[in-house]
Design a protein around this ligand. Structure first.
Ligand SMILES: Nc1ncnc2c1ncn2[C@@H]1O[C@H](COP(=O)(O)OP(=O)(O)OP(=O)(O)O)[C@@H](O)[C@H]1O
Ligand SMILES: [Mg+2]
Length: 409
């Protein structure tokens, strides 16, 4: 019988660092979560490490608590890369195959060809996600392996990150004493955890609203169509409240969590909140209606920006399986209804799919990225389908900043 294997994911977010330890059953391919560790994150700003020692300490605590729960020691992890630094660039690659049957090496070659694109200084390729292949004139091929032709083309999404930022994450992991199995773009991980195969086939978008950014991963016909990170998230809501109601940021955050909603009609115009209930230093009263109006305005903006992104790829109102929301910031009451109205699509909250184990600990839309890391990690261990676009770790930083990106060896 095949042995169970441990897969570990660490989602380094701006607000929390979340570690998950899962077993994958070699026989049944199931993912069983056996340990989770969550700590506050203080050393990260907008996806960048701004205080490496603080981040090392937080990652270490998150990992240790997951290890304690699982009763296992961790050597290596799949780690998320998130924030505004992520940029996806569409690309095409073409190679000759001379009438032969297409093998794994031909697929690898065409993906390498797709990576020969000019990149700005410091930007590195994290992943190449093939969308569709074309063999001679036959378009829309999803799996070219074993087919024959003269010319193989790929239409791919190249996901890039900022080299020094990735280097700092690597440094942080090494200081904690762990190796990195792979860097995984956070939007892909979140979508992997919450979108079903059918939703990806029909057309759906996973929208993750985190601390300082909102990421989108759009799928259609089973493949990634587009991914983008918008530079706005939950902290913008909090900052708006602080400015609008003239409170400290800490009090604004508490107001949002304890009294917040995206629907100003949840309250009457006369309702007031006495700040002394949530603050030792502030004691004036604020209008609850005004609080909710501020919150609604910012969430409205976030969903309007998301709609504009869908319009750019001609999918505005056109994704039959709709929108799946993840990230902590979507926990605010009324978020789903507002998203439905602004985006004009069906909307649901994203809960992890096909992941078992300590379910009460993971059944939360803010865990999507962390769980997707182990789901994608397990996929890349099991088959070559996900590792197609995987960049060899040793090659990640080679030739960084050069005009033409290095090829996968
Ligand atoms: N119940 C809640 N209602 C409204 N907002 C909330 C709630 N709980 C958390 N948030 C907000 O969610 C944001 C943090 O989201 P999340 O935990 O998904 O971020 P992260 O994954 O750590 O960071 P990122 O993905 O941006 O790097 C914060 O702005 C926080 O105020
Ligand atoms: Mg996140």
């Amino acid at each position: 019988m095949a042995k169970d294997q441990l897969i570990v994911g660490i989602d380094i977010g701006g607000s929390k660092i979340r570690t998950v330890i899962a077993e994958i059953d070699g026989e049944q391919s199931s993912i069983n979560v056996i340990g989770v560790g969550i700590t506050d994150s203080h050393g990260i700003r907008k996806g960048n490490i701004i205080d490496i020692n603080e981040t090392i300490a937080n990652v270490s605590r998150s990992l240790e608590s997951a290890e304690r729960m699982a009763g296992e020691h961790v050597d290596s992890v799949f780690v998320s890369v998130s924030g505004n630094q992520l940029k996806a660039i569409p690309s095409r690659g073409v190679v000759a195959i001379g009438g032969q049957e297409i093998g794994q090496d031909d697929i690898q070659r065409v993906l390498e060809a797709a990576q020969t694109l000019p990149l700005p200084m410091n930007r590195i390729i994290l992943r190449v996600v093939p969308r569709t292949f074309t063999i001679d004139n036959q378009e829309g091929v999803k799996q070219p392996l074993g087919m024959s032709g003269i010319r193989l083309e790929v239409d791919a999404e190249i996901i890039t990150g900022v080299g020094p930022v990735i280097k700092n994450i690597e440094k942080c992991a090494h200081q904690v004493g762990i190796d990195i199995d792979d860097f995984i773009p956070a939007p892909l991980a979140a979508a992997e955890a919450v979108l079903s195969k059918r939703q990806k086939e029909l057309g759906a978008v996973c929208v993750d609203i985190g601390l300082s950014s909102t990421s989108m991963a759009v799928y259609e016909e089973g493949v990634l169509l587009h991914t983008v990170v918008l530079p706005v998230g939950g902290e913008n809501v909090t900052n708006d409240i602080a400015i609008g109601l003239r409170t400290s940021v800490d009090v604004a955050e508490k107001l949002k969590i304890e009294y917040g909603s995206c629907n100003p009609h949840d309250t009457s115009e006369k309702d007031e909140i006495n700040l002394s209930l949530i603050s030792k230093t502030e004691s004036h009263k604020v209008s609850k209606r005004q609080l909710l109006e501020i919150i609604e305005a910012r969430y409205h903006e976030i969903f309007s920006l998301a709609r504009e992104e869908l319009a750019k790829i001609d999918r505005d109102g056109k994704l039959p399986a709709g929108v799946v929301l993840t990230g902590s910031a979507i926990k605010i009451p009324g978020c789903m209804e507002l998203a439905r109205n602004v985006l004009g699509l069906p909307v649901q909250i994203g809960f992890p799919q096909e992941i078992e184990g300590i379910v009460d600990r993971i059944d939360d839309p803010s865990f999507a990225t962390m769980l997707g890391l182990v789901a994608l990690g397990a996929k890349s261990e099991r088959s070559s389908s996900f590792s197609f676009g995987k960049i060899k770790f040793s090659q990640l930083f080679k030739g960084m900043g050069s005009f033409f990106k290095r090829l996968i060896p």
